[in-house]
Design a protein around this ligand. Structure first.
Ligand SMILES: *Cc1c(COP(=O)(O)O)cnc(C)c1O
Length: 374
């Protein structure tokens, strides 16, 4: 291939220094690579129960002839349904190709050269990544007791701060702000910047002290809420998530979104997923049972762990997380190695069904046992 001598000059410094995310290989390739006959993916906090029945039925009934027609460019029916559910207006919602895409929309809408965003050092990394590869500063405030530090983040806000991202509950620690903490934070931010609460795991939370962020939007017009259909609703493969905010703020963010990024199947799946009330209850029950089992097993192995709300648990290993990852893969179990989240030697395990968690526990016990013999 011919080289491109002029390339260097074209690339901004913040792209030169940015490392691309490396996604995992497909299952068939991984099974060959690690010599395992089946693979449990416990790395992405997916719902092992799959999508709700209502969504499955609608997806199966989808007429493939419709694939030749562009989707609704503004997810019309889905936004109207969300508006009904939350008692808000349809123009307070903006749907994207996963919550990941709405993160990019929000950053593009508010940040210009020299601006910054604020978030935690150990949280969902996409806020930081999008800011950095767009040339904006990401100010990372250390977690306190595995939770977001309201005080620390307030100290970092200056006149160039545009957005504060709070992951609630936090991926990967499961810690969360209750309604009082969130409201007092919003009071003290006092409209100086946009406050995003990323509620990707909101539907897993049962505690009544968890903020009803959708209704807080009426009193805090700078509050933006992110939700996704990837976790509780089991539609990660279709890529659909959304944000909600005041009409004023959403009207600004909407200007940055590329029309037609949300495909028709995703819109159909999400629309019908919201109808299945049983699905949420069944998933919560499955996560509760899975967590009970997992925590007991980790405890028996004498490991430290951290968990809160959400369908994931973190544990600290007496060995490198990437070595543990590779060894677990040979047993057909994929977890998330946490060095990338700034938790070296920790792994995060998605709370899947019991069969997968039993395989994980057996494999981990074996790996730790092998270590002790040396
Ligand atoms: C999974 C996850 C998302 C991304 O969701 P998509 O809709 O699949 O893009 C966003 N935020 C957090 C904290 C997540 O864990």
């Amino acid at each position: 291939m011919k080289s491109f001598p002029g390339l260097e000059r074209l690339v901004p410094d913040y792209i030169k220094t940015f490392e691309a995310y490396i996604p995992s290989k497909p299952d068939d390739e991984l099974k060959k690579l690690y010599g395992c006959s089946r693979l449990y993916r416990l790395n992405n906090n997916e719902n092992p129960l799959g999508p709700p029945r209502t969504a499955r039925r609608a997806l199966e009934a989808f007429d493939s002839a419709g694939a030749s027609v562009y989707p609704s460019g503004d997810c019309y029916h889905l936004r109207h349904k969300l508006a009904d559910i939350f008692g808000m207006a349809p123009d307070q919602f903006l749907v994207g190709n996963g919550a990941n895409e709405v993160i990019a929309f929000a950053i593009k809408a508010f940040c210009r050269h020299g601006d910054n965003i604020i978030t935690a050092d150990k949280t969902f990394a996409v806020y930081e990544w999008v800011a950095q590869f767009s040339g904006f500063e990401a100010r990372l405030v250390p977690l306190v007791d595995y939770g977001f530090d309201a005080e620390g983040m307030l100290e970092k806000i200056d006149e160039r701060s545009r957005i504060v991202f709070v992951c609630n509950p936090n991926n990967p620690t499961g810690s969360w702000w209750d309604a009082r903490t969130l409201c007092s934070f919003l009071d003290r931010v006092d409209g100086r910047c946009v406050v995003v609460v990323d509620e990707a795991y909101r539907e897993f939370v049962e505690d009544p002290d968890f903020p009803d962020s959708m209704s807080l939007i009426a009193s805090y017009p700078n509050l933006v809420v992110f939700r996704t259909f990837s976790k509780m609703y089991g539609l990660a493969g279709l890529r659909i998530g959304y944000l909600a905010g005041s009409s004023e703020v959403v009207d600004i963010i909407r200007r940055t979104c590329v029309v037609y990024s949300v495909n028709t199947m995703a819109q159909v799946g999400a629309f019908w997923a919201l109808d299945d009330r049983e699905h949420v209850a069944r998933t919560r029950e499955s996560v509760r049972a899975g967590k009970r089992f997992l925590l007991k097993e980790l405890d028996l192995m004498g490991l430290d762990f951290v968990h809160g709300e959400g369908n994931f648990v973190m544990t600290r290993l007496p060995m490198s997380d990437s070595l543990a990852y590779r060894k677990l893969m040979t047993h057909g179990v994929m977890v998330r190695a946490m060095t990338g989240f700034r938790f070296p030697n920790w792994i995060r395990i998605s709370v899947s069904h019991l069969e997968a968690l039993e395989s994980f526990a057996a494999a981990l016990a074996k790996i730790l046992g092998e270590r002790k013999r040396f």
